[in-house]
Design a protein around this ligand. Structure first.
Ligand SMILES: *Cc1c(COP(=O)(O)O)cnc(C)c1O
Length: 365
């Protein structure tokens, strides 16, 4: 064993990302062009044309450091969302701001509450701070806010909520969230992760709640509906005080210059956003109907992905996952989320969804 690594770091189970297309092509000798990846909730339409043009126009400036304050993007977000620029923290993906927020509030001797089947980054961020994780059993695969409220202890400093949640796609009602926020002691920081909010017909009242709850942090991302996962840019919205604290921990240049420009342009590309939402809604209908034809159970999803039950155990799901890989289709096993027997399928273009359904039909017959 090398060095005196901290035991709580050694105990962290690494995050398992979706298998990259190039890796599958290498492993199975497949042609990359024939591989369908529905494994990382990426935008199947690719990148917004406006964002693409902004990146292309900025390539000659790569010798320069980015604007460490992200002035232009914050101004654009501020105008769009109606929150002050000083309430915004920009991150290298929203993953970055989730971790930074955890480091502001968590340490040994403090605990953080999150739900069973919730996004894997929460327990990772809690573990990295050597704080105590409190995982609250899910209710119908979704967050049980009543139980989460009850789970808050004297040493609890944070609660993580994903809405919709990944990987389950479960959605909480506005009323339930409002009640929860009203009931939580203000000393407890509530993170409301809205990575998929752009796909909702009715977004939450999160922006209004920000004005009322100084302990609320809302996180969002350009990785999903805006199609910029590869550039890494997301943000947190919070009270001026909390945003200032998170900003102190931020690396001075945590968001790169291309990401800043692309995000600003994407924010302005209403057509692309509308198209992303529509393609997702159509794909969701197609996949739900397809899974039903195959007599497979699904968890109703509000996101750009669907969990489908393909077997009785995690091992059975793993076998189906492997068989799909051999057919050039990458999805995501979610046994590590306690969703045994399920696979998570990101919603793709119609022909990609059809490929997945056909391959799944073959594998299960
Ligand atoms: C994808 C995702 C994120 C963050 O993605 P970034 O690419 O880091 O912005 C955050 N929360 C949830 C629930 C997600 O699914």
């Amino acid at each position: 064993m090398c060095c005196e690594a901290l035991p709580h770091i050694r105990a962290i189970a690494p995050y398992v990302p979706g298998k990259p297309i190039a890796e599958l092509a290498r492993e199975f000798g497949l042609n990359e062009a024939n591989i369908v990846k529905l494994a990382s909730n990426e935008n199947p339409l690719g990148v917004s044309p406006k964002a693409r043009a902004a990146v292309a126009a900025a390539l000659d400036d790569l010798a320069l450091y980015p604007d460490g304050n992200g002035f232009a993007l914050k101004q654009a977000l501020s105008a769009r969302l109606g929150v002050g620029a000083e309430q915004i923290v920009l991150g290298n993906g929203s993953n970055d701001v989730l971790e930074l927020a955890a480091r502001v509030f968590l340490a040994p001797g403090r605990s953080a509450v999150f739900a069973e089947h919730a996004f894997a980054v929460y327990p990772l961020a809690i573990a990295a701070c050597n704080a105590t994780p409190i995982q609250v059993p899910a209710c119908n695969f979704g967050h049980d806010l009543t139980a989460m409220r009850t789970a808050i202890r004297a040493d609890t400093a944070m609660v993580f909520i994903a809405n919709p949640n990944n990987p389950t796609g479960t959605l909480l009602s506005n009323a339930a969230l409002a009640d929860f926020l009203a009931s939580v002691p203000t000393r407890v920081c509530v993170v409301l992760d809205e990575a998929y909010t752009e796909f909702l017909d009715t977004p939450s009242d999160a922006l209004a709640w920000l004005a009322r709850y100084p302990n609320l942090i809302v996180t969002r991302t350009f990785s999903k509906a805006y199609g910029l996962a590869g550039l890494r840019v997301g943000y947190a919205l919070a009270s001026v005080e909390v945003a200032d604290l998170i900003n102190r921990l931020r690396q001075p240049f945590n968001v790169n210059s291309l990401a800043l420009l692309a995000a600003e342009a994407a924010l302005d590309d209403a057509d692309f956003l509308a198209q992303s939402k529509q393609v997702n809604a159509e794909g969701r209908t197609q996949l739900v109907a397809g899974f039903k034809r195959l007599k497979l159970e699904t968890i109703p999803s509000a996101g750009n992905f669907i969990c489908v039950k393909v077997g009785a155990t995690a091992e059975a799901a793993q076998t189906v996952y492997q068989a799909l890989l051999r057919r050039g289709v990458i999805v995501r096993p979610v046994g590590n989320y306690g969703l045994h027997g399920y696979l998570r399928v990101s919603i793709g273009l119609l022909h990609q969804n059809a490929r997945l359904l056909a391959a799944l039909g073959e594998v299960l017959s």
